[in-house]
Design a protein around this ligand. Structure first.
Ligand code: 4AD
Ligand code: MG
Length: 464
């Protein structure tokens, strides 16, 4: 096989008279009398390479019959200066080979705009569209930025398990993992499922968060992070919830909530900057086609300090708001998405960090404040999205932690190893979780979370 060149490389650095070979999928074909134009895309950039195919190319007529939108091709030729606007070079074909045809009668991605709903139904083909391919390039760049950010700061990347026996969030929204034959599940004397006979000898789940294991590792390596899939069996059919989503969770020993917030803010700024620098065309595309505020938002994130308020202050702001909300605003109730969006989008007009939530509505591991009523929690709220990051300083005092676990109706015995971390060399520590798909939504302006992950898992949705 000849060495092929990536189209992004040719568009950026290709020189007239260079002999090159490309491989990719045909986006469009325009046949003229004596020659044809074909646009080929290989996924390396938003723009494809324009190819001019003259009649003198071997087996022109035969080949052009087989070349249509969606067909896979290999084309060799010479780069020439392009007379067309918006591209420096185009390819003058010397030979063209068709790997696989795509019947124009049935290929679903003909050149026109398709709705995102329709594209979800053809999830195996949708990455060949401009929007989805731009999303997945931005997703890739954001992942790279995340690793780079933490590696530059000396954080250890730790791989936390996907199968777990503990409910980190204590919310009971977990999928069971079992080896049982579902036709004959053993029962206990009390007629509940006898998990002691199951594969793991106890009830196992898909993890909702790698935090507890990240805390273990932070107690040995000081600063660590996880980046992996997490699962929630919440029956939420919204544009911001998935049953399987990726989460980034740093955990820092010898760190309090202020350090946690500073890191989270620097982290988001870093990712936006990196993506703007590495995916300028894709970001320009989102700004033009998806949401006209994408570039202004990115600029706002990078240049302005985030707003910081306590939950109690946030409730006061919401009570004073001239807007009427669907859900009640009252100290002690959790903030709903409409409240979060009001604060970030309308009141502060930038990402907003809300701290010190009521203990009753937050997880057991968050550090109790001296008022005994609130915890050292922080949520970062993004315009249009709402909560994008959830984090806290952790409870490092053994007696308080034991009390909190019991107050939340959880079984102390299940958390024996987590409590041991407070028995042996406990330190103040803090961390947070970033919902990676919500971040990609924030970056791209895509309104539905199912369109920023290649294969979304949500209620009644597990195709592909
Ligand atoms: O606020 P959450 O539940 O926090 C945790 O899981 C902590 N253990 C994190 C930590 O401190 N290490 O989830 C963190 C983030 C949310 O802010 C949100 O962005 C995202 O994960 N998230 C979801 N994203 C998509 N679909 C869902 N169902 C999500 N649930 C949470
Ligand atoms: Mg949360």
């Amino acid at each position: 096989m000849p060495t092929t060149r990536r189209i992004v490389d040719l568009l950026r650095h290709g020189q007239p008279d260079e002999t090159v070979t490309i491989q990719g999928w045909v986006r469009t074909k325009r046949e003229q009398k004596e020659f044809s134009f074909v646009e080929v895309n290989d996924g390396s950039s938003l723009a494809g390479l324009q190819v001019v195919i003259n009649q003198d190319v071997p087996e022109y007529a035969e080949t052009m019959k087989r070349v249509s939108t969606g067909a896979s091709v290999e084309i060799a030729g010479v780069l020439v200066e392009s007379p067309a606007k918006g591209q420096r070079v185009e390819l003058k074909a010397a030979s063209i080979a068709v790997y696989g045809e795509a019947d124009p009668e049935t290929y679903p991605l003909q050149k026109k705009r398709h709705s995102f709903e329709f594209l979800r139904d053809i999830g195996h083909l949708r990455s060949r569209t401009n929007t989805l391919s731009a999303v997945f390039r931005v997703r890739n760049a954001a992942s790279t930025a995340i690793h780079q950010f933490f590696q530059e700061r000396g954080f250890l990347w730790v791989h936390t398990p996907i199968i777990s026996a503990s409910d980190c969030e204590g919310a009971g929204e977990m999928f069971t993992v079992t080896g049982f034959d579902l036709k004959k599940v053993p029962l206990t004397a009390e007629q509940s499922v006898d998990f002691s006979q199951d594969f793991f000898g106890k009830h196992a789940y898909l993890t909702v968060s790698g935090q507890l294991e990240a805390e273990i590792m932070a107690m040995a390596f000081s600063n660590v992070y996880t980046f992996g899939p997490t699962f929630r069996a919440e029956n939420s059919n919204t544009s911001r919830h998935l049953a399987e989503f990726w989460m980034v969770e740093p955990e820092m020993a010898f760190c309090d909530l202020d350090g946690d917030m500073d890191l989270a803010e620097a982290f988001l700024k870093y990712i936006f900057k990196y993506v703007l620098e590495t995916c300028p065309e894709d970001m320009e595309f989102f700004n033009q086609r998806i949401d006209h505020s994408v570039l202004a938002t990115a600029d706002n994130i990078i240049t302005n300090e985030f707003a910081r308020v306590t939950y109690t202050e946030a409730i006061a702001l919401l009570e004073k708001a001239s807007k009427s909300f669907e859900y009640p605003v009252e100290w002690g109730l959790d903030l709903q998405s409409e409240h979060e969006r009001y604060l970030a989008e309308e009141h502060f007009k930038k990402p907003t960090i809300v701290t010190d939530y009521p203990a009753k509505i937050k997880a057991f591991y968050m550090r109790l404040n001296d008022d005994e009523n609130t915890v050292r929690a922080m949520d970062i709220l993004a315009p249009k999205i709402g909560e994008i990051i959830g984090g806290s300083q952790r409870e490092e005092r053994l007696d308080v932690l034991e009390r909190r676990i019991q107050e939340q109706g959880l079984d102390l015995a299940e958390y024996w190893w987590y409590l041991d971390l407070r028995r042996y060399g406990t330190v103040p520590h803090a961390g947070f979780g970033l919902g990676f798909e919500r971040l990609v939504q924030f970056l791209t302006g895509m309104s539905n979370i199912r369109d920023v992950i290649p294969f979304p898992r949500a209620p009644l949705d597990v195709e592909f």
